[in-house]
Design a protein around this ligand. Sequence first.
Ligand SMILES: Nc1nc2c(ncn2[C@@H]2O[C@H](COP(=O)(O)OP(=O)(O)O)[C@@H](O)[C@H]2O)c(=O)[nH]1
Ligand SMILES: [Mg+2]
Length: 355
Amino acid sequence: MKKANPNQDRPEIFNTAVLKKIQQARMAQPTAGELLSGILSGDINALSKAITLIESSNPKHFEKANTLIHSCLPHANQSVRIGITGIPGVGKSSFIEAFGKHLSGLGKKIAVLTIDPSSTISHGSILGDKTRMEELAKDPNAYVRPSASGETLGGVARKTRETIVLCEAAGFDTIIIETVGVGQSETAVHSMVDFFLLLNVSGTGDELQGIKRGIMEMADAIVINKADGDNIPKATLARTQFAHALHLFPSKKSGWIPTATTCSAKTNEGIAEIEQLISKYIELTKNNGFFDSKRAEQNEFWLLETIHHQLQEHFFHHPEIQKELEKTKKAVQNNEYSPFAAAQLLLKKYFKNKP
Ligand SMILES: Nc1nc2c(ncn2[C@@H]2O[C@H](COP(=O)(O)OP(=O)(O)O)[C@@H](O)[C@H]2O)c(=O)[nH]1
Ligand SMILES: [Mg+2]
């Protein structure tokens, strides 16, 4: 056998390789404490890892994720949360890019999150070509994070809400949430933001058609985008129509009177005014107490939402219930049982067998 030579560099290379592996493994699996100190120092890499952790659907990660969110909470409230909705193609991503760059110019730090439960199916937006917001993503004051994929709307929404907390702890003072503007995503976003902006475009002259009343009612501002070039007169007309329509809604608890305005994400016309509008809203609602009471209400909503969700998950994943449910479904379909009585039976069984 060859005698070991202490000066031989082979063992050293081996050691460095092992060391590197250990370091990489540690980096890949940082503790909640390591992630927290990374986040608090504004380390984007740590923030991204933390978001991946809370997005994980592996039950083994839940405890660590909860510990992390809990420890971020005391650092997480100094922000303005803005929701942007509108049908695909109105220019939400383009608007956020222009608006985000303007905010960055004012010295703000912006995190952009998207709620798009369909992203796994459509691979991003349906019409848009700016989903990644390339320019804003390059801005050192901005962080752009696409939606968690492969999830239901409820799942995406819950995780987005926790992501907001992490971003705020990392020092982002403006959180912008883009929804795809289809389905129920507006309601989910509305329940996690301070200011809700509905983006629109002028088109057929019959602008108010096709916009759900409930969404208009939630809006704190309606912005007609693409007010540039030949489109300016039409956009101005649309703004007037929306302004009239907004007057017909009952006044808001916030004391704020929603407004309609125009902008162009292409020329930046009107973008600065929208920032001023939102600042006015924040000032008003912080002074009259609505800002804090709305956030408190939202916290309560998410508490109850999470409980509902977890109870449901637990029930439907219970092995005995899963077996029984199939039989019960058939019995109900064949009118052997009333749905109500069958539900009672299943629930009774569930509560009896609860571990
Ligand atoms: N002329 C003009 N086009 C715009 C404006 N904003 C967005 N667009 C275009 O509209 C299309 C859809 O934009 P996008 O931001 O992806 O819309 P989203 O689906 O609502 O996110 C893209 O081709 C954009 O270049 C604008 O202010 N003016
Ligand atoms: Mg988009």
